[in-house]
Ligand binder design. Structure first.
Ligand code: ADP
Ligand code: MG
Length: 418
């Protein structure tokens, strides 16, 4: 037997029922009502029930907090007096005039806070078709909208990356052919110059111009390569490996330039360094990118770059120190952002790729820098699979989310140094 038929039978026989049974039935009813009240108050949906004169006969806690009504008397009030947001009042007036259901209509309100609501209103009619009550349901959609907007933004960033990579690839072919032809012109000019005894000024101009052309083609090719690498997803293949070997390999790549520019390249590596789960190729790219910046930052005659490795309590520490121009504090927060560069020829992609690679290793990156004194980049790598929790460092990049790091590209092979 259902509750309502039980209740009507109970009421029809109430004269014959003894007082203790009536008491127990009423207690039961009150308990059930309280229980229902708790359930309704804990719903995410705000609920109003209005009578035929649009006065509030029921309001759950959610609607009170959505509409900022906690400090006000709500029951018995005409609803129009409680609605402060214009868009909500507009919906109310529409419903009052037509009594037609409103289904999940989205509105933006500015009071009590800027939010997006989906509002529904349904008339409840008696058997003669007269509206006796109406039920209003208000759902806060602000978070759902924010998440959808974020997803949309991530999507467009991804498709932009694909587009950039595609264009970069297309540029490479004509660039190669430009390179070959510029070299042909250059060698033809040399031949002519030799034949004419090397005294023709217009041939000299031609040689100078082709050299400029070749340099600029090289520069464009480098930029295009960086874009292609940056747009590629980073996938690390972590395996037990020796980080010192990575540092030595990068040092080998840098040595010719260091010798030429009389820059001291110092390796201060812990010989006892245990193996760590890393992707040596990716790590090499990260260290190379940092070290190339160090080379570019050194503007004094006694340049010095130091690679350090050390074992800490729960991580390996790799440091790349230079005595270059240093990084201003404002800039140090932005250097890991894509396209942030202070260089005329820079792309601002190098450190973004570094950041992504370190994060894909479960590591942390930070830096200490003094303008005019130099910069030390510090990379902490976990010893096992656990990500590092704490690391004592200066500035750490806070703007990038881990998701951006895993999804977004990194290079496959180290960029050759010319
Ligand atoms: P790019 O080298 O193309 O400018 P990066 O992402 O490699 O892009 O570096 C971003 C910026 O960070 C550089 O333009 C520079 O201003 C700064 N930077 C990075 N490393 C150093 C360093 N060792 N010393 C001084 N400035 C640095
Ligand atoms: Mg760089």
């Amino acid at each position: 037997m259902d509750q309502s038929s039980f209740a009507s039978k109970f009421i029809s026989r109430i004269q014959r029922i003894d007082t203790p049974r009536i008491e127990s039935f009423l207690t039961q009813l009150v308990k059930e009502k309280d229980f229902l009240r708790i359930v309704i108050d804990s719903l995410q949906e705000g609920i109003f029930v209005l009578d035929d004169a649009h006065r509030v006969v029921f309001a759950n806690e959610t609607i009170k907090s959505l509409l900022g009504l906690h400090a006000r008397k709500v029951l018995g009030e005409p609803v129009a007096r409680l609605l402060r947001a214009k868009a909500l009042l507009g919906l109310y007036e529409e419903f009052r005039d037509h009594h037609a259901s409103i289904e999940q209509r989205e509105i933006r309100v500015r009071t009590p806070q800027p939010r997006i609501y989906a509002v529904s209103a349904m008339p409840i009619e008696d058997h003669s078709g007269e509206m006796t009550h109406s039920v209003w349901i208000v759902i806060d959609q602000t978070e759902t909208h924010r998440r959808a907007a974020e997803r949309h933004q991530a999507e467009s960033v991804r498709s932009l990356a694909t587009l950039v990579a595609g264009i970069a690839h297309e540029i490479k072919n004509p660039l190669n052919s430009l390179n070959i032809h510029a070299q042909l012109i250059s060698s033809a000019a040399r031949d002519f110059s030799r034949q004419s005894g090397g005294s023709d000024p217009s041939l000299e101009r031609l040689e100078t111009s082709t050299r400029v052309l070749l340099d600029e083609i090289q520069r464009l090719a480098r930029i295009v390569d960086q874009f292609i690498k940056a747009a590629r997803p980073t996938r690390v293949d972590l395996r037990p490996s020796q980080v010192n070997e990575v540092l030595e390999a990068v040092a080998d790549l840098l040595r010719p330039e260091c010798i030429e520019r009389r820059i001291d390249l110092v390796l201060d590596l812990d010989p006892e360094l245990p193996r760590a789960r890393t992707d040596p190729e990716q790590l090499q790219q990260a260290v190379l990118n940092i070290a190339k910046n160090a080379l570019e930052a050194i503007d004094k005659p006694e340049g010095r770059i130091i690679f350090r490795s050390a074992l800490k309590s729960d991580h390996l520490l790799v440091e790349i120190e230079d005595n270059g121009c240093g990084i201003a504090e404002d800039d140090s927060l932005r250097i890991f952002e894509p396209y942030h560069t202070t260089k005329f020829n820079g792309t601002g992609l190098g450190l973004m790729v570094v950041f992504r690679i370190v994060k894909a290793h479960g590591g942390e990156i930070g830096l200490d820098s003094q303008v005019g004194e130099g910069t030390t980049f510090k990379i902490a790598l976990p010893l096992d699979e656990r990500p590092i929790r704490l690391i004592e460092m200066g500035a750490v990049p806070g703007d990038l989310e881990p998701s951006e790091i895993i999804e977004w590209g990194g290079p496959e092979a180290p960029e050759p140094l010319e």
